[in-house]
Design a protein around this ligand. Structure first.
Ligand code: SAM
Length: 185
């Protein structure tokens, strides 16, 4: 069975193609950004967001080590995605909710801003495009965010979006799970 991160990456790999526009909404140490940059290729573009300078520095370093040139890093909240993407059509976005491992555990994603960003991105998704949410919820504040985000996703109109959930249901310590939103015609 696929672990959570490989499963989330697989959902991106299935839809992202050369020349696409993609978003890493929480770049952290840059692993998802690096994957997206490879999937969109030199003709595509990736926009990566984080509110912590350390995350932008770490991601920038990883991209430099891998000679990546198709990524724009934004030291800004993902809720401001519209400032940078304007009317661009988006193929895919990934969110890793929670805190940046090894850094301040009190700097976490928050339900209101996460949902605002999802709303803005879902409106710009191409048909077949996906938003992949990796929901970590074992930390303080995590349960509230999980409940809000899952409720929001459950209420999306099935005429316009398909929403799935992938999780291990017999693991201890509140393991993360994946919710994926795909835009229908
Ligand atoms: N994807 C990352 C990786 O591969 O290393 C891990 C991301 S970590 C779980 C969550 C990140 O979300 C943190 O780096 C945190 O600073 C960031 N964050 C919190 N609120 C944010 C916001 N409103 N907009 C963008 N990033 C935010």
């Amino acid at each position: 069975m696929k672990r959570i991160i490989p499963y989330a990456h697989g959902l991106l790999q299935e839809v992202v193609q050369d020349g696409d526009v993609a978003i890493d909404a929480t770049c952290g140490n840059g692993h998802d950004t690096l994957l997206l940059s490879r999937l969109v290729g030199i003709n595509g573009e990736v926009h990566s967001f984080d509110i912590q300078e350390q995350a932008i520095t770490n991601t920038s370093q990883l991209l430099k080590e891998n000679d990546v040139t198709n990524v724009q890093l934004h030291l800004d909240g993902h809720e401001n995605v519209d400032k940078y993407l304007h009317d661009k059509a988006i193929r895919a976005a990934i969110f890793n909710l929670g805190y940046l491992p090894g850094e301040d555990h009190s700097i976490i994603t928050k339900p209101e801003t996460t949902i605002e960003a999802i709303q803005k991105i879902q409106d710009r998704l191409v048909t077949g495009g996906r938003i992949v949410l990796v929901i970590y919820h074992g930390h303080e504040g995590g349960r509230e965010e999980k409940e809000s985000v899952v409720s929001y996703c459950e209420a999306l109109d099935q005429k316009h979006f398909e929403v799935t959930r992938y999780e291990f249901i017999n693991q201890i310590n509140l393991p993360p799970f994946v919710v994926a939103i795909e835009k229908r015609k």
